[in-house]
Write a protein that binds this ligand. Structure first.
Ligand code: CAA
Length: 258
């Protein structure tokens, strides 16, 4: 059985981490398998959005693989961190929206994968945390950078320095997740959002992600400049002609991604 499964449901590429015995902890093999599947789905123009989830009812991803980390020296640990940062950056920069469907524990590297996704949906059973300090280490896959940007410095410092876990309701209250739903509605909700994205203009979705992501790394003036440029570029696309025409003709648009 593969450590990462991939299927396509209603135009959503669903990637499922499949190490239930290790609560879907991510080792180097999982990182490479995830990247391979993400690359394949990127090329598939029938896929407009991605959903990442974990196998089973207990865990989304319980972190980086502690058993793999145990043997690492300092230099190897830095490389391990870079590999995790590479996959989280790859997700963050992906040109199709990536939705985390968080079905259980999202801890350490698992929380960091969720943070790199564009949209997060939690089941009522989800638990979040950056418990690395309890292992004598710190988050290494982006937690110290993305968590404060998402929930603010105050909550991020508390979550990271105490290592305490928070439940889905609290995660929702502090803006860590967009929705909390019953476990049996998690995939339904993720696919519902994915389908809304899939019916929009693919180039417009891609440019929107780019404008938001780059904008968060630029000054507002530079971010606005980038937005205006991308806005202008959409006017070179067939999707823009189709989208505006369909509105005027009172019909649904048929976007091609061109
Ligand atoms: N790495 C490797 N194996 C893990 C794991 C992890 N992160 N999390 C759980 N497992 C394994 C356990 O070792 C156990 O395997 P065995 O049956 O072979 O012993 C199996 O999954 C089931 O786990 P538990 O028996 O511990 O299940 P539980 O229900 O009692 O507890 C839990 C669940 C609270 C999530 C607990 O497993 C736990 O605390 N896991 C570790 C969470 C953690 O610290 N994550 C951060 C890792 S560090 C990191 O991610 C660094 C980074 O930023 C890159």
């Amino acid at each position: 059985m593969s450590i990462v499964n991939q299927e396509i449901i209603d135009g959503c590429g669903v990637i499922t981490i499949n190490r239930e015995d290790a609560l879907n902890a991510i080792n180097t093999d999982v990182i490479y398998a995830m990247k391979k599947e993400l690359r394949l789905l990127h090329k598939n123009n029938r896929v407009g959005s991605i959903i990442i989830t974990g196998t089973g009812e207990k865990a989304f991803i319980a972190g980086a693989d502690i058993k793999e980390m145990e043997a690492l020296n300092s230099t190897e640990a830095m490389e391990f961190a870079k590999r995790g940062q590479d996959i989280t950056r790859f997700i963050e920069e992906y040109s199709k929206p990536v939705i985390a469907a968080i079905n259980g524990f999202a801890l350490g590297g698992g929380c960091e994968i969720a943070l790199a996704c564009h949209i997060r949906i939690a089941s009522t059973k989800a638990m979040f945390g950056q418990p690395e300090v309890k292992l004598g280490i710190i988050p290494g896959w982006g937690g110290t950078q993305r968590l404060p940007r998402l929930v603010g410095k105050g909550y991020a410092i508390e979550i990271i320095t105490t290592g305490a876990l928070i439940n889905a309701q609290k995660a929702h209250r502090i803006g860590l997740v967009n929705y909390v739903v019953e476990p049996n509605q998690l995939m339904e909700k993720a696919i519902e959002i994915g389908k809304q994205i899939n019916s929009a203009g693919p180039v417009a979705v891609k440019y929107s992600l780019d404008a938001i992501r780059r904008g968060s790394e630029l000054s507002q003036v530079d971010g606005l400049h980038n937005e205006a440029q991308l806005f202008g570029l959409t006017f070179n696309t067939q999707d823009k002609s189709e989208g505006l025409k369909a509105f005027i003709e009172k019909r649904e648009p048929k976007f091609t991604g061109n």
